[in-house]
Design a protein around this ligand. Structure first.
Ligand code: GTR
Length: 412
């Protein structure tokens, strides 16, 4: 089974010749065969697929193929959020998987008042159930899925101050979310969720999709649905996740070009922070404490970071030429915001190659007021005086950035 100690490839099988040591970051703009990447086409058609293959095989496991589903609206409330939004609860049931395979329960709030045209949407992955994200009394409470924080199971609005759904709605954005345990519980067990149905005999044990890949897969199925929603703008689908879920949204956006803006909030090791010279959470520790997040192959790099044939800059580079807003708290050292800023610097040449601005100046701003036309590019770190959490002030920055940088609305 992937993610267990047995799944780890183990030292004897590792041919370290295939993983030459380098403390410098592996080059992004060079193909495996040594050819320099010179054109946008070289990047998009040749280098990007190479890196996608590498990060899946060695770190996240292979993202399973999309699955067809039927989308059933299980609840529709036109005056949710005190009349400000229409709540749509949609069950995604996978038609080619056995009937006992769990469905994904997507909750979607669409603002009732918004500027003319199609509506942009923020999609998020939640920790303990859709009813947690808002105090809105209409959201269905589910208690049948795993959450390590037991007191939050079924607790309406437990994370309302964190998700700020009303603020998002007031700004004319839709808000969508699903509970991670629909696809995979956050623990080192592999019998629940969708893993039993999505693992593949074609994939080696050490590269089976691990938890983060399964969560990302679920988000991408939600994107399948959101892109079909007649009121929503498929060109303005934004993804936000916090911490382990920040790692997840970064991977999802790396794999799927439909994501216009990704916000890996305080994503740390395995997310925006480089693994090399990471003086906070090491690869050894993350693999030991959370053996189920990354695939078996990734275990061999614990204590061997210079052997990783890529680094997190390779994951983040796959978002090019789209928008990547790295939000950090300056009291959240564990997430390693300096090494995340290094990632932004390392990937900037890719945006420039694709004809984009990339970073403006150092790429770091420390207040929301600095989000102004011409002052920020597609790559930005917004670092606020905060701990390891999401706040209304972060949302203000995220929404201001989205207003400024997303493509303009398409008319319906
Ligand atoms: C920590 C873990 C981090 C981060 C965090 C979280 O314990 O070391 O990588 O993911 O959990 O998800 O809040």
């Amino acid at each position: 089974q992937v993610g267990t100690q047995e799944a780890s490839p183990g030292t004897p099988a590792i041919n370290w010749d295939a993983y030459p040591e380098s403390t410098a970051l592996p080059e992004l703009l060079k193909l495996k065969n040594g050819t320099t990447v010179k054109t946008p086409e070289d990047w998009m058609k040749r280098r990007r697929p190479e890196l996608q293959e590498l990060i899946q095989r060695e770190m996240f496991g292979y993202l399973p193929a999309a699955q067809p589903f039927t989308a059933t609206v299980t609840k529709m409330v036109p005056d949710a959020q005190a009349g400000k939004a229409t709540l749509k609860e949609i069950s995604l049931k996978f038609t080619q998987l056995p009937p006992e395979a769990p469905e994904i329960r997507l909750a979607l709030w669409i603002p009732n008042r918004h500027p003319a045209g199609k509506i942009p949407v923020f999609l998020t992955l939640n920790y303990c159930g859709n009813a947690n994200v808002t105090t809105d009394p209409h959201t269905t409470i589910h208690t049948d899925r795993y959450c390590s924080k037991k007191e939050w199971i079924g607790q309406r609005g437990a994370q309302a101050d964190f998700w700020c759904v009303e603020q998002v709605i007031d700004r004319g954005y839709a808000f969508a979310t699903y509970h991670e345990s629909d696809t995979k519980a956050d623990k080192n067990e592999w019998t629940d969720g969708l893993f039993p149905y999505l693992k593949s005999d074609q994939v080696p044990a050490g590269s089976q999709p691990a938890t983060i890949a399964l969560w990302a897969w679920g988000l991408l199925r939600c994107v399948d649905q959101l892109a079909q929603e007649p009121q929503l703008d498929p060109r303005r689908i934004c993804l936000l996740g916090h911490s382990r879920r920040g790692k997840t949204v970064l991977f999802a956006a790396a794999m799927d070009e439909r994501i216009a803006l990704v916000v890996p909030h305080q994503s740390g090791t395995g997310g925006m922070a480089l693994s090399r010279e990471n003086n906070q959470e090491t690869v050894e520790r993350i693999n030991r404490v959370f053996p189920h997040w990354f695939c078996g192959e990734f275990k061999k790099f614990g204590g061997n970071e210079p052997r990783i044939p890529f680094d997190q800059h390779a994951v983040a580079s796959l978002v090019a030429p789209r928008l990547l807003l790295d939000t950090e708290g300056d009291q959240d050292a564990w997430a390693n915001f300096p090494r995340s800023l290094e990632t932004l610097k390392a990937i900037d040449p890719v945006w420039k190659l694709l004809g984009k601005t990339g970073l403006v100046g150092s790429g770091l701003i420390t207040s929301v007021a600095e989000i102004q036309p011409g002052k920020v590019g597609e790559l930005l770190q917004l670092r606020l005086p905060e701990k390891h959490t999401l706040t209304s002030e972060f949302w203000t920055g995220i929404l201001n950035y989205a207003d400024l940088m997303l493509p303009k609305s398409t008319t319906p």
